[in-house]
Design a protein around this ligand. Structure first.
Ligand code: SF4
Length: 296
């Protein structure tokens, strides 16, 4: 089997930066190194960071004076930072600069007199953090809810950085018929749209498509949904243990992509496993597997 790996599979720039900052906080920070929530939506990378000495907390009350608290790439509401400062904790702000930009744009819209609408998942930490920067924003993630909105004089829109581009297009088409003065910032991160485009193109070409990343990772799940929409033999996996040999029966090409929160070492593990399956199925015993698209 030939293995083709999507060019941008794995950590995006913002996640790589956050992980590096977290590791530095463990090594050089004062007191305990804590991260508010999961640093990234990848169970296996979280386990690795725990082994290095990072603790993950959900309850800010447990923070003590002298602790070092890492704010993850999703960002938080300003009230959270204030609370931690009052507690006397040191703060390592690993909010992705692109997410910071969405927060600032939402605030700018509000200051300009626009009611703010955030397109995204209301339960996602990034959206919760953006929402915390403005007063009473609307948060919507279905076309049905958008259809039900009343006519409005003014509206300002930003979106979750990992929003599906097609959803964004349809949402704006609906809003443009409802709102007299509509101001829209397309805040989808290009890391997301590039990964989505590559996932679609690769899934269309190969016999079997593997999408690697946390089941709780929204960007990985979106990559999987896109792949599945064009290739029925698409599978979302977190680790090599989930791979089933039957998936590859009769397959000549396998595509692999990974979410922006999937570390390189996990991708390498998957490639190695598929390569072994491929070689095991070759009676001559010779490997017939090639890596295309990018170097590992
Ligand atoms: S996907 Fe984009 S916005 Fe999100 S962390 Fe990565 S670089 Fe930042």
């Amino acid at each position: 089997m030939e293995i083709k790996i999507a060019k941008s599979a794995g950590f995006c720039w913002g996640v790589k930066r956050a992980v590096n900052m977290a590791v530095e906080a463990v090594e050089k920070g004062r007191g305990r190194a804590l991260c508010l929530g999961e640093l990234i939506h990848n169970r296996r990378e979280i386990e690795r960071l725990k082994k290095l000495g990072m603790s993950f907390i959900d309850d800010m009350e447990s923070v003590r004076e002298g602790d070092t608290v890492v704010i993850r790439s999703h960002g938080v509401a300003p009230q959270v930072v204030e609370f931690l400062r009052r507690k006397g904790a040191g703060i390592v702000d690993a909010t992705c600069p692109f997410v910071k930009d969405v927060q600032e744009k939402a605030l700018k819209l509000q200051k300009g007199g626009y009611p703010v609408l955030i397109l995204g998942n209301p339960k996602h930490p990034e959206v919760i953090g953006i929402a915390g920067h403005v007063r009473n924003p609307m948060i919507i993630n279905t076309l049905k809810e958008l259809e039900e909105l009343p006519k409005m004089a003014k509206l300002g829109v930003v979106c979750q950085t990992t929003l599906n581009l097609n959803f964004f297009r349809e949402a704006i088409a609906i809003l443009s018929l409802k709102v007299k003065e509509l101001k829209v910032y397309n805040t989808i991160c290009s890391a997301t749209s590039i990964r989505q485009k590559e996932a679609r193109e690769l899934a269309e070409k190969v016999d079997v498509m593997l999408v690697v990343g946390g089941k709780n990772s929204s960007n990985t799940t979106k990559l999987y949904q896109i792949a599945k929409s064009v290739n029925a033999k698409s599978f979302h996996i977190e680790s090599k243990e989930e791979i089933e040999r039957e998936w590859f029966e009769g397959a000549r090409t396998v595509g692999i992509t990974a979410g922006a929160s999937t570390p390189q070492w996990v991708i390498e593990e998957i490639v190695k496993e598929v390569r072994e399956i491929s070689q095991g199925g070759n009676r001559s015993g010779r490997g017939v597997c090639e890596t295309a698209g990018r170097e590992l």
